[in-house]
Write a protein that binds this ligand. Structure first.
Ligand code: SAM
Length: 278
């Protein structure tokens, strides 16, 4: 099939032409499988022509998939060589496609040019995947949903419900902003270079944070304290945050939370109540 998307040979050719040697520090593993790219775009369940924010477009694999499906893309890439090359790569395959490229660190992103993106779709750099998701949900209020490709283990954590083995800080903080669900696995063979971990998709749909008089920062401070010592009962784990174990116990009781429970059993609304009484 004649396709605008990048296959394995295109990826190698582009990388060679640009002198790109993928770095681990920037999590540079490029997708080179058209079926996977189209599956990611389908799984994102976007509205027709919905404007998309993509973090880390790299050589343009997913960017082309999104543009091919009719979505205007704002792409934020930290690597200036990749960011500079992207418009030409896209223009050669999809002339006049609506693409805006920003050379920037997604973790420092504040204002975006062009139509306000309402969805994030990204094959994220694995070492900063969770902070990027949280930062963007906080900083880009127009985002209503996200579909992100991350390390399988991180995908499990983001989507974990309270009480599950892998429930932790990423799960609760993501739950502050959105409902997260696993949306399939992606084989390591569709990346170049091949990563040494498996990958998974997570879909996040924004929802209202729990109603509370505490600020987000206050709630997140309780979450951090509770999981800093996750095997401890909350009255002990929260002692450094509350001042003493006795103070923590009083706050927990006022919030209607069992002081002998562990943080891994609490949902985000319970953490918000604890912060409110703290
Ligand atoms: N989207 C491309 C694909 O699927 O083939 C590349 C994905 S690759 C896993 C991650 C990309 O994120 C790389 O292009 C890397 O340079 C970029 N990146 C890494 N850290 C970043 C950051 N803090 N902000 C923006 N882009 C970043």
């Amino acid at each position: 099939m004649n396709s605008a998307l990048l296959g394995p040979a295109d990826i190698r050719e582009l990388a060679a032409a640009l002198g790109v040697r993928p770095t681990k520090t920037l999590g540079q593993n490029f997708l080179h499988d058209a079926n996977t790219i189209r599956r990611i775009v389908r799984t994102a369940a976007l509205e027709p022509a919905e404007p998309v924010l993509e973090v880390g477009p790299g050589l343009g694999s997913l960017t082309l998939g999104l543009l091919e499906a009719g979505h205007p893309v704002t792409a934020v890439e930290i690597d200036p060589v990749l960011a500079t090359a992207l418009p030409a790569t896209v223009a050669a395959r999809l002339p006049d496609a609506p693409l805006a490229v920003l050379t920037a660190d997604a973790l420092r992103l504040r204002d975006l040019p062009g139509p306000a993106p309402t969805a994030l779709v990204a094959n994220l750099p694995y070492n900063v995947a969770v902070p990027v998701v949280l930062h963007l949900l906080e900083r880009v209020p127009t985002l209503r949903a996200a579909l992100v490709l991350v390390q399988a283990e991180v995908a499990d954590r983001l989507a974990a419900p309270p009480g599950s083995k892998v429930y932790g800080v990423p799960s609760v903080k993501a739950a502050w902003y959105a409902a997260a669900t696993r949306a399939g696995a992606v084989s390591r063979t569709v990346f170049w270079p091949v990563p040494n971990v498996d990958s998974g998709l997570v879909r996040l749909v924004r929802r209202r944070p729990p109603q509370t008089t505490a600020s987000r920062a206050q709630v997140f401070a309780v979450i951090d304290a509770a999981f800093a010592q996750r095997r401890k009962m909350l009255r002990s784990a929260l002692a450094p945050w509350a001042g003493t174990a006795a103070a923590a116990e009083t706050i927990l009781r006022a919030a209607g939370v069992d002081p002998t429970a562990r943080g891994e059993t609490l949902d985000v609304a319970a953490f918000a109540r604890v912060a409110e009484f703290g």
